[in-house]
Design a protein around this ligand. Structure first.
Ligand SMILES: C[S@@+](CC[C@H](N)C(=O)[O-])C[C@H]1O[C@@H](n2cnc3c(N)ncnc32)[C@H](O)[C@@H]1O
Length: 447
């Protein structure tokens, strides 16, 4: 069968439907094909976009086909998703091409007899969209946002309880936009000015980020990361601006002993080592050995010497008890603050998985607290916007540990302007234009 980007996208979608991760399925499709650059981009866009928008696309099938999406043969449902996705979201694909290629896809994949049906459904949608958006939305406000922005109702509910419907609408919309890519300058190897000058000389119009002294934002389409100026020399690494705030909140000092309890692939570990001038020890712990390998590659590229690796479960590392000046727990979480970065992430979490994560976070925090010396500091961070993983974990920890309290960073800290009345930082992507994050700095008070 000919390798068109649409056929390859369909195959990738089929494997995602069977449980594969979207990133892996796209990588595999690209690896096995010899498509030209534009077709590679189309394939990638089709797979990620279709996975991301599947709830909206199902709503269109429900509306325009006689049988509901859930009752369609699974492969035909994916083919219709691909067709609707192109018609609704890809302005660069002419409508006739979107319809014809989807009909071809149906014929090539066992639905010759339903080619007329596919054609009819898509053309029906096209006619209906001539005057206005034909998508019918549920009348209940949560379902309305869920279908419009293609998110599960439980996520919309969790957000609307925290931020209200209007802000949730904007937050949901953010999660369907291409994520920005930020760099954090390795100040042990280069200055912000130096990297900015090198990027500009290469025609890459980087932008500074207000309040963040080490951050530059890449323009859309800057090219492959490994080919950008300064990559090979370890001048910078990719790290979102909000993740950079975590390092400032820890505020490491030269000579400190620090444990980064959930460290891989190491964005924050490297930042801590840089902030302490690479003097002292940063233990990078993680239970995923393969991810620690990536961390080691980053350490080598940035030329750091103070980072030491420890593979294992951070709930059971007794060797660190009472040894640390600072501890960071960048906890495993549901990732609701970074849904725009992984097309399938919104469909992988459930209210039950959030409960499990909340318990794991609590256990990590309790174990890591024993590592901190009296008067020492511990920072807890997640890239989610779920109160069970943030405020609730914090509330329980503080109730169970009266010798700990929330500690504000010094005024001079780049993190200080972000601290809320409650004493923690909660980065909201649609307001701050960065990944959603929760972070709090805690201090141990007993002697
Ligand atoms: C949010 S990621 C960390 C990202 C990292 N701090 C960075 O900035 O690149 C969470 C990490 O926690 C690790 N992890 C999950 N459970 C763990 C446990 N019980 N002990 C140690 N690491 C764990 C995962 O393997 C994952 O690498």
């Amino acid at each position: 069968m000919t390798q068109t980007p649409r056929q390859l996208a369909f195959i990738a979608l089929r494997s995602i439907h069977k449980g594969a991760f979207a990133d892996g399925a796209v990588d595999q499709a690209l690896h096995q094909s010899n498509l030209a650059l534009l077709d590679r981009r189309l394939l990638t866009e089709l797979v990620y976009g279709t996975v991301r928008r599947q709830r909206t696309l199902d709503a269109l099938i429900d509306q325009f086909a006689k049988k509901k999406a859930a009752q369609q043969p699974p492969d035909l449902r994916l083919i219709l998703h691909l067709g609707f996705y192109q018609l609704r979201y890809l302005s660069q694909v002419p409508a006739s091409a979107a319809v014809n290629t989807t009909v071809d896809l149906a014929k090539q994949n066992g639905f010759v007899g339903l080619a007329g049906f596919v054609n009819g459904v898509l053309r029906h949608y096209l006619r209906a969209s001539e005057t206005s958006d034909p998508l019918l939305l549920p009348s209940d406000p949560l379902g309305r946002l869920g279908v419009l922005h293609s998110l599960p109702d439980w996520v919309v509910q969790v957000w609307s309880e925290q931020f209200g419907l209007e802000e949730t609408d904007r937050l949901c919309a953010w999660m369907n936009q291409p994520p920005p890519i930020d760099l954090r300058i390795n100040t042990l190897r280069a200055t912000l000015d130096q990297v900015e000058t090198a990027m500009n000389a290469a025609g890459i119009d980087v932008r500074r980020i207000p309040l963040l002294p080490q951050a530059l934002r890449l323009p859309v389409g800057a090219g492959a990361i490994q080919t950008l100026p300064g990559y090979q020399d370890g001048w910078w690494m990719v790290q979102d601006s909000s993740a950079q705030l975590v390092g400032y909140l820890v505020d490491p000092q030269p000579g400190d002993t620090i444990v980064d309890a959930c460290a891989a692939p190491g964005g924050k570990t490297m930042h801590l080592a840089e902030l302490m001038q690479d003097e002292g020890i940063v233990w990078a712990c993680d239970r995923a050995a393969a991810r620690l390998k990536k961390l080691q590659q980053n350490v080598d590229r940035l030329g750091l010497h103070s980072v030491h690796l420890q593979t294992g479960d951070s709930r059971t590392l007794p060797q660190f008890v009472n040894t640390c000046d600072r501890v960071l727990i960048d906890a495993p979480c549901s990732g609701l603050g970074t849904l725009n970065r992984h097309a399938d992430a919104r469909w992988r979490q459930t209210p039950d998985s959030v409960q499990d994560l909340s318990q794991l976070q609590q256990d990590l925090l309790t174990a890591a607290a024993t590592w901190v010396k009296p008067q020492g500091v511990m920072v807890y961070a997640t890239c989610t916007l779920h109160p069970l993983e943030n405020e609730a974990v914090m509330g329980r920890f503080l109730t169970d540990h009266p010798n700990w309290s929330i500690d504000r960073p010094p005024r001079s800290s780049p993190a200080a302007p972000f601290v809320t009345k409650a004493g923690w930082i909660k980065v909201l992507p649609h307001r701050h234009k960065m990944d959603g994050f929760f972070m709090v700095r805690l201090k141990r008070h007993d002697l």
